[in-house]
Design a protein around this ligand. Structure first.
Ligand SMILES: [Zn+2]
Length: 94
């Protein structure tokens, strides 16, 4: 049996080594995606949301790679149908 401990990455307490390793890995990948999106003025919450959705069909590393491709292609400031997800900033040429 593994020792239960508090996660150093997230606020979870009494977790296993499996959680700690997975949590650090997932957090690193999500943060990397958020930072890449931020270079184009995309709010971290929007990037993290898209990243999480991609995570349903891809590994965390693949989700980050896909986010980078989306940002490089020119992600327009509407994802989904919720007008509350509109944002301003970045390049507004079109
Ligand atoms: Zn954690």
């Amino acid at each position: 049996m593994s020792t239960r401990q508090d996660c150093p990455t997230c606020p979870s307490r009494d977790v296993t080594d499996t959680h700690i390793g997975r949590c650090r890995f997932v957090t690193t990948e999500r943060t990397s995606a958020e930072q890449y999106g931020a270079t184009q003025g995309i709010p971290a919450v929007a990037t993290a949301d898209a990243w999480a959705h991609l995570g349903h069909v891809a590994t965390p590393q693949d989700a980050t790679r896909i986010i980078r491709q989306i940002v490089d292609l020119g992600w327009r400031p509407v994802i989904g149908k919720d007008p509350g997800r509109l944002w301003t900033g970045g390049d507004d040429r079109g």
